[in-house]
Design a protein around this ligand. Structure first.
Ligand code: PGA
Length: 257
């Protein structure tokens, strides 16, 4: 991380876990533990139905609430979907877009990711755009080409002045939920490339200011080393964000003097 130029953001992704009651209990446990969280932004991306409970429980704290998906249309006949405006109206600040589980199980593509990024930005939400390679792609040596394609497509048509609202999360598929974390060198190498892509698209000043997270089995033990890397500006955390103590340990690792 490099706090001089950009925000460090520690974001939890609860996926399909916890009820609204669990959300309230988690908030009561987490809130007293946040005293050391001076320098990083904290986000919790909860299931849609838990958003009102989360917003209420974390009111007047440093914790912002995020969603895990949205639909790119404003409104209409899309049964079961949720729009950016609906999220914004509830007080949501961030939204995860293009998580690999959405790409894998719901056939999201780089093109739908791009539409969702625009929908989020237009509604005043901050997208956390997920990119990352599979193990096969890493072994074939095409990681950087893939990342280039994913990032460029996701950001197509996004003007430079909106880039301060955009967060990118590098999440190698082989590290998600597997307990197999990327080494800090692997994470930094790809995050550095993501910043280079943004530099080529928008110039050095914008590139320097964009938060690029790492995600994939980040936990209380490995967070400090990952976050010490110059281009790892925070984490997108699944499993370890479900326990207040583990999540706090990661937050504290992002707040070292
Ligand atoms: P994990 O999930 O931390 O459980 O690997 C990360 C993610 O999918 O965002």
């Amino acid at each position: 991380m490099n706090r001089r130029y950009r925000k460090t953001i520690i974001a939890g992704n609860w996926k399909m876990n916890k009820t609204a009651s669990d959300t309230r209990a988690f908030a009561e446990e987490l809130k007293p533990l946040l005293s050391k969280a001076k320098w990083c932004d904290i986000v919790l991306c909860v299931p849609f139905v838990n958003i009102p409970a989360a917003i209420k429980a974390f009111k007047d704290t440093r914790v912002a609430i995020g969603a895990q998906n949205l639909h790119f249309e404003d409104h209409g006949a899309f049964t079961g979907e949720v729009s950016a405006a609906m999220l914004k109206d509830l007080g949501v600040k961030y939204v995860i877009i293009g998580h690999s589980e959405r790409r894998q199980y719901w056939n999201e593509t780089d093109l739908t990711v791009n539409k969702k990024v625009h929908a989020a930005i237009d509604a005043g939400l901050y997208p956390i755009v997920c990119v990352g390679e599979s193990l096969e792609q890493r072994e074939l040596g095409v990681t950087m080409e893939l990342i280039n394609l994913q990032v460029k497509t996701a950001l197509a048509g996004v003007p430079a002045e909106k880039m301060r609202h955009v967060v990118i999360a590098y999440e190698p598929l082989w590290a998600i939920g597997t307990g197999k974390t990327a080494t800090s060198e692997q994470a930094n190498e790809v995050n550095e490339e993501i910043r280079a892509i943004i530099r080529r698209l928008y110039g050095a000043r914008v590139a320097r200011s964009v938060t690029v997270q790492y995600g994939g089995s980040m936990n209380a033990k490995n967070a400090e080393e990952l976050l010490a890397q110059p281009d790892v500006d925070g984490g997108l955390i699944g499993g370890a964000a479900l326990k207040a103590a583990d999540f706090t340990a990661i937050i504290n690792a992002a707040n070292q003097e």
